[in-house]
Design a protein around this ligand. Structure first.
Ligand code: S3P
Length: 440
């Protein structure tokens, strides 16, 4: 993690976004392509892989466990699968940087591997809650050490075979669901998870793509341990979470129009499109198609006047990573926007409710943080200095706010944008955002 070099963004006010852009590959699918490809029998070929620090942390972790992986070269990765029991004990701890997905999914995947592994992360990841995976995995007979606060570093101790579980998840979390499904691959009998609300289903879809049967009955997902994965080809679409910054930027900046190409529009990820449309956004899906088991489209977006809404609670898990950008849209909308039922935002890469509220207030917007959401009054954005707290999505969201601000915006601590969107600054500048990196 490149935290020695402090990077700030400086955005000159105004401008518009025009053009066609394919944003980098989907982060969730990139992580899973490495994990499943490594455990498969045979050679998995991946295209469209996200060459960001988070997915590279997963890739390097599997290299440390003896998996031969070529690439990434322009999004191409070749994984020589070692089979379900072929991972080797790594030399040292696996450093997962800023990546919550790597840590939670690997904890599940490794709990059943019968080897001793330590997982570490940066200061943000080391503060994030891990009890949500430790508790159910312990019930499966895993043995996982952590700090007293149930945070990383995590020590996974060798254990005899795990036992399947029938687990009612207390929160809507794709990471917890995926950790348990990955643990279930090596467990005795059936592992079933019931989710309180639908969350991203890439793990289930991809397991099936690797030939592993997964059963879904309403909100209950089951698989039986002891099977094998067969290598396959994976074509990763562009990440809707990265496309979101442009959906919002175009919507709020008069005279803007863009087409975001080849974006994954999986129905468990497309909440941002529903929310922005409810706010009046002009968004059109073109060339809808299916690529490797995932729905994909080109998304045309045109600037328009937005209005505030009550965000429907059922859309929260389907847009969970998109709220920092949605809050910027709300700041530029006519009237009030209210969000509830989103307490999960407080335990992301930063406390996204608090950090966004403070940043918006700095820019002259009335934003009232609540325990499980926020109330934002649309208004006139001013220039000013905001803190991203090292949170990639906060940094990119405030960058887009510059399009509507009356003065320059400086955003502190933006190096972690590389975790999910390498090349954000040149891409955004190409489209018309007046953004520059300032190295400190
Ligand atoms: C992810 C799931 C989400 C999301 C994260 C990626 C995944 O987390 O916020 O960025 O790839 O499974 P939760 O499932 O904890 O909400």
């Amino acid at each position: 993690m490149n935290l020695q070099q402090q990077i700030n963004y400086r955005i000159q006010p105004g401008g518009k976004l025009i053009g066609n852009l394919r944003v980098p590959g989907d982060k969730s699918i990139s992580h899973r392509s490495i994990m499943l490809g490594s455990l498969a029998d045979g050679v998995t070929e991946v295209t469209g892989f996200l060459e960001g620090e988070d997915s590279l942390a997963t890739l390097n972790a599997f290299r440390q466990m003896g998996v031969a992986i070529d690439g990434p070269t322009q999004g191409r990765v070749t994984i020589q699968g070692v089979g379900m029991h072929g991972l080797q004990v790594p030399d040292g701890a696996l450093d997962l940087g800023n990546s919550g997905t790597s840590m939670r999914l690997l904890t599940g995947l490794l709990a059943g591997q019968g080897m001793a592994v330590t997982l570490t992360g940066d200061s943000s990841l080391s503060g994030r809650p891990m009890r949500r995976v430790i508790d159910p995995l312990s019930r499966m007979n895993a043995s996982i050490g952590s700090t007293e606060a149930f945070t990383a570093p995590l020590q996974i101790h060798p254990q005899s075979r795990l036992q399947g579980i029938d687990y009612q998840m207390p929160m809507a979390s794709a990471q917890v669901k995926s950790a348990l499904l990955l643990a279930g691959l090596c467990a005795k009998g059936e592992t079933c998870i019931t989710e309180p609300a639908p969350t991203r289903d890439h793990t289930e879809r991809m397991l099936q793509g690797f030939g592993y049967p997964v059963r879904r009955d309403g909100n209950r997902i089951c698989l039986t341990g002891g099977g094998r994965l067969s290598a396959c080809e994976i074509d990763i679409p562009a990440d809707i979470s990265s496309a979101t910054f442009f959906l919002v930027g175009v919507s709020i900046a008069e005279g803007s129009e863009m087409v975001l190409q080849h974006v994954g529009i999986n129905p468990t990820r497309d909440g941002v499109i529903s929310i922005l449309k409810l706010m009046g956004a002009e968004i059109e899906l073109l060339n809808e198609r299916e690529v490797g088991g995932e729905p994909v489209a080109d998304i045309r977006v045109t600037s328009t006047d937005l209005h505030g809404i009550d965000i429907p609670e059922e859309l929260v898990p389907l847009a969970i990573d998109e709220f920092p950008a949605i809050f910027v849209a709300a700041a530029c909308a006519r009237g009030e926007t209210r969000l509830r039922g989103a307490e999960e935002l407080r335990v992301k890469e930063s406390d996204r409710i608090q950090v966004m509220a403070e940043g918006l207030q700095r820019l002259g917007i009335e934003a009232d943080p609540r325990p499980d959401g926020i109330v934002i009054q649309g208004g006139a954005l001013q220039g000013g200095k905001v803190e991203s707290h090292g949170d990639h999505r906060i940094a990119m969201s405030f960058a887009m706010a510059g399009l509507r601000a009356t003065g320059p915006i400086e955003i502190a601590d933006c190096a972690n944008v590389n975790t999910s969107f390498p090349g954000f600054v040149p891409s955004a500048a190409d489209m018309g955002l007046q953004i520059a990196e300032v190295k400190k």
